[in-house]
Structure formats: structure tokens, C-alpha cells
Ligand binder design. Structure first.
Ligand code: NAP
Ligand code: MG
Length: 507
């Protein structure tokens, strides 16, 4: 097996780029039936990257029918799991072979730093390996029954799954969705975000290269409002897995109810980051910087509400602001770049709007709070890492997901109070705590209303750790063994083997 790939791999930029990317339906690279095309951009430079075939409802219909046919009559779900697992390990191997292309296109299409892209694509590779292993050991149960009866559960794939993914982690979200679904034996139609369609197409190509039969994985870039909606309401789609904003998640849940589809929703967050008085301050500063500025803050589990104990507040904040100012923004392909660009002009304006409204309401910006111009990237979308203090709990910047490199900081004096304030949110995706007191770490972890709690850790997710939210942050868990069950039905098979025939009616 190849070693984990590092930055050294990326030498010349642009060598892997195509001018045009086709969608993939039933194992074929195809144009849209209506010949519709959309432009995709490099947000770091604000320039056109390539054209992409744009799906209409007609294309979505073809993709659903290809998935349906492969599920109902194809071989993928009928193969022994070991054979499916072998193909999934092959996907991982080809992803490593094509790593340079994946990293390059991910950075060019999303504007994220090369370091972030490499970490995320390495994780995506490991997701396929993880589920290749997990499915082999995934099994049903044999249950206690009265004498003569025998009952077991048989795990069966749920069917055709629509998988709608966002722009913040294009490769990683594709892997989080496709890997457990195909491991389970499902067939999928992937709808990438309109802003970042390229790498999902590449992952689909790789699936075929590895031996996934035609129709099992289909990718249709196109408008969420048009094809996304169509997939969610389609009678031949059995499940929808969605990652994105909470309002669209609610809309999907309502629309999926018409056909009682299974749903997995991974939605927004406003995650607290609590620094207790007994924290290792340097570790807390380093981890909290990563917690908010990683992926330019465009992360559902960005730790965007920082609570700092009053006894260390000044000392901690001084270090945090000083290090925030030291972060490098610039050419995303430069290894020294910590923070990449914002995905789009619209997103940058949303971020700036939240900062301005906080200031109008009396908050103070300690650093950042403005758009940046980056040399060589003058038309790109860049925003300075921003620290805001003097906030009140009712401000929009404190309550709503900003999805940018902006952290609001509050002071607290006791544990009970900070837990209540941390939980005072309609979201409940993640939370981080910084403390050297093991008792407190356990106590507070159990009191926080969040699907993921990090204790003294900047990282929130590895293949195998369940990831998902409480409250309005979603339904279901991804990335872990239990995610397989979200792509499966448990069939209970009940048999009678007793020696005497049963005659319940006695007639
Ligand atoms: P979004 O609108 O929720 O989009 C996510 C995905 O859903 C995209 O593929 C999108 O397609 C699709 N979609 C849009 N409308 C749909 C509909 N009616 N039916 C089915 N699918 C639909 O998110 P966004 O507009 O990209 O970002 C807006 C905000 O969402 C961000 O500011 C952030 O707060 C949040 N967000 C959260 C996450 C997360 O990981 N939890 C990720 C991304 C964004 P199109 O791309 O064609 O619209
Ligand atoms: Mg949207």
C-alpha cells in the first residue's frame, strides 16, 4: 500500500484539469439530454475553471432508472460481501493513484488550502477502506424464541439512494455518502453542489475503474431546486441522504414524507468551544484556532462560539488574537497557506453581513472583519479570520450559522452556567471542551447537547467515529459502523422447526 500522500506531490498546478466534465449515468460519461451546460469556478481567483454537463429532470430520471435497474436486477447487491469489499479497496487504491488529480481539482474548485484538501482526501480514501472492512463483519442477530421456533435478522440494502452533497467538503462528503451505501449493496444517485461538481464526478469515474457495475453509482450535477427536489419526491428513490443547510434539510424531510423515504440529514451547527480555567492554554489556543479557521470556517462543526473562563480570559484571548493574525492566507497551493478562500461572492457577503450586524448591535471586532485582497488572486473571495467580543446571546452572529472564519467570544464564571449557555442553541452538532480535569471532562461531555464532543482535541471525525447532530443539526450518524444500518433494512425471518404441526385455530 502507498504511503499517505503529502504536499510534495503537488508540483505543477493545472496539469490535471479538463476543460469540460460530463455527468455519469449507468456507467457512461454523458452530456445532459437537453445539452445544458454550466460553468464552474475557481473561487480563490474568481475565474472560470471548466464547464460541466448540467442535469435536468430528464437526466435525473435516467439516473434514477439506471440505479433502480442495477438494484432490482443487477449483481452488485447479490455479490458476496467479500467481493464488494475487494472492489471498495480497489476504489481506495485508485484514489491513491489519482491522488494528485483529486487534490488539484479539489483545491481549484473549492479554494481550500492544499493541506486541508490532502487531509480530507486521505480521509475519503480511508472511508472506502473502512466500509470495505466494516461490511464484511456486519451481521444480523439470532433471537431468543419459544421452543421450536427460530428467528434471525437478515440485513438487506435499502434500495436506491439519492445523495445530496454540499460544497464545503466535495470529496469527503462524496465518500461519507457513497462508501457506506455501496458497501451495504445500495445503488446511488449523487447530486453534488452546483459550486463544486468536479471531484464527485472523478470519484464516480474511479468507482467504475475499480469494477463497480454500471448503474450502481451515478452522478448528476445540477440545480438543487430542480433535480434535488425531483430526487427527493421520486417514487423509485427509497432513501435520501443530505448534507447542507438546516432550512433545505427541513424542506427535504417534508417532501420525503410523501413516499415515506428513509432520511439521513447532516445539517448546520453553531458549536461551542469551552475553555475552562484548568485548560492547557497553549493547547487550547492551537486547537481552537483550528476549530474555527479550518476549511476557512466553512464547516458544519466549526467551533464558532468560544466560551472562556473569566480567570484566564485576558491571557487566553491575547494569545488567540495574536495567533489569528499570524495565519497565512494566500495561494491555496502554497504549503504555508493555512486558510483558503471563501467559496463564492454570495457566501462572502453573508459572512460580512453577520459581522456588520454584530458591530451595529454593539459588538467589537478584535481582528479581521473585512474582505482581503490577495496578490495574484485579486478577483478571488477572501475574508480575514475574525474575532468578535462584546456580544450578547440574542445577536444573529451568536445564534446563526455564519459558515465563515468568524468566532464570537464570551466570558463565563462557572461550569453549570456555561453548559446552559452552550446548550442554548437550536443546533447540536459538535462541542469542544478544554480542561485537564478528567471528572469535569466526563461530566460536561455528558451534559452537552451535541452529537460529537471533543475533549482537548482539535479533530472531530475519523473513519469509525459516529458523526451527526442533535436537535436541528440533523438525523442519523455518518462515518461509523452504525451508518451501515441507515442504508439497510433488518428483515426478521421467523421459522418453525417443531416436531408437531401447529394448528392455532384448532379446526
Ligand atoms: P444548501 O442550499 O443546503 O445546499 C446543499 C445541497 O443541497 C446542494 O447540493 C444543493 O444544490 C442542494 N439543494 C439546494 N436546494 C435543494 C432542494 N430544494 N432540494 C434538494 N436539494 C437541494 O446549502 P448552500 O446553499 O450551499 O449553503 C447555504 C448555507 O448552508 C451555508 O451558508 C451554511 O450555513 C449551510 N451549509 C451547511 C453545510 C453542512 O455541512 N452542514 C454544508 C454546506 C452549507 P445546489 O448547490 O444546486 O444549490
Ligand atoms: Mg442553497
Amino acid at each position: 500500500m502507498k504511503e499517505t500522500v503529502t504536499n510534495e506531490l503537488i508540483t505543477e498546478v493545472g496539469t490535471m484539469k479538463r476543460d469540460h466534465y460530463q455527468m455519469i449515468i449507468n456507467g457512461q460519461r454523458v452530456e445532459s439530454v437537453a445539452n445544458e451546460v454550466m460553468d464552474t469556478y475557481n473561487p480563490a481567483k474568481g475565474e472560470k475553471l471548466a464547464t460541466v454537463a448540467k442535469a435536468t429532470r430528464e437526466d435525473a430520471e435516467k439516473a434514477v432508472q439506471a440505479a433502480r435497474e442495477s438494484f432490482d436486477h443487477g449483481k452488485w447487491r447479490r455479490w458476496p460481501v467479500g467481493r464488494r469489499a475487494r472492489v471498495m479497496n480497489k476504489i481506495a487504491e485508485i484514489m491513491r493513484d489519482r491522488f494528485k488529480e483529486l487534490v488539484e481539482m479539489e483545491v481549484l474548485n473549492s479554494g481550500k488550502s492544499v493541506g486541508a484538501a490532502i487531509a480530507q482526501i486521505n480521509q475519503a480514501v480511508e472511508d472506502f477502506e473502512f466500509y470495505a472492512g466494516a461490511i464484511v463483519g456486519h451481521r444480523g442477530t439470532v433471537n431468543n424464541m419459544p421452543y421450536g421456533f427460530f428467528n434471525y435478522t437478515h440485513k438487506e440494502p435499502v434500495g436506491v439512494c439519492a445523495q445530496i452533497i454540499p460544497w464545503n467538503y466535495p470529496v469527503m462528503m462524496a465518500a461519507w455518502k457513497i462508501a457506506p451505501a455501496i458497501a451495504a449493496g445500495c445503488s446511488v444517485v449523487v447530486k453534488p453542489a452546483s459550486l463544486t461538481p468536479v471531484t464527485a464526478i472523478l470519484i464516480n469515474e474511479i468507482c467504475h475503474e475499480a469494477g463497480v457495475p454500471e448503474g450502481v453509482v451515478n452522478t448528476i450535477p445540477g440545480s438543487g431546486a430542480v433535480v434535488g427536489d425531483y430526487l427527493v419526491e421520486h417514487e423509485d428513490v427509497d432513501k435520501v441522504a443530505f448534507t447542507g443547510s438546516t432550512p433545505i434539510g427541513k424542506d427535504i424531510m417534508a417532501k420525503a414524507s410523501g413516499t415515506l423515504k428513509r432520511i439521513t440529514l447532516e445539517l448546520g451547527g453553531k458549536s461551542p468551544n469551552i475553555v475552562f480555567e484548568d485548560a492547557d492554554i497553549d493547547a487550547a489556543v492551537a486547537g481552537s484556532l483550528f476549530g474555527i479557521y479550518f476549511n476557512t470556517g466553512q464547516s458544519c462543526e466549526a467551533r464558532s462560539r468560544m466560551f472562556v473562563h473569566e480567570s484566564i480570559y485576558d491571557k487566553y484571548l491575547e494569545k488567540f488574537v495574536e495567533k489569528t493574525k499570524k495565519l497565512n492566507l494566500g495561494d491555496p497551493f502554497d504549503k504555508a497557506t493555512h486558510v483558503g478562500s471563501i467559496i463564492s461572492r454570495e457566501q462572502l457577503e453573508i459572512i460580512d453581513g453577520y459581522v456588520n450586524s454584530a458591530v451595529e448591535d454593539g459588538a467589537t471586532v478584535l481582528t479581521g472583519g473585512e474582505e482581503l485582497t490577495i496578490e495574484g488572486h485579486e478577483n478571488g473571495h477572501w475574508y480575514a479570520p475574525t474575532v468578535i467580543v462584546d456580544v450578547t446571546p440574542d445577536m444573529a452572529a451568536v445564534r446563526e450559522e455564519i459558515f465563515g472564519p468568524v468566532v464570537v467570544v464570551e466570558k463565563f464564571s462557572d461550569e453549570k452556567d456555561v453548559v446552559a449557555r452552550a446548550n442554548d442553541s437550536r443546533y447540536g452538532l459538535a462541542a469542544a471542551i478544554w480542561t485537564t480535569d478528567q471528572g469535569r471532562a466526563t461530566r460536561v461531555s455528558h451534559q452537552l447537547e451535541a452529537g460529537v464532543v471533543m475533549v482537548n482535541s482539535p479533530f472531530s471525525a475519523f473513519p469509525g467515529t459516529p458523526f451527526g447532530g442533535y436537535k436541528e443539526s440533523g438525523i442519523g450518524r455518518e462515518l461509523a459502523v452504525e451508518s451501515l444500518d441507515l442504508y439497510m433494512e433488518d428483515k426478521s425471518v421467523l421459522s418453525y422447526y417443531g416436531s408437531k404441526p401447529i394448528n392455532p385455530f384448532g379446526v
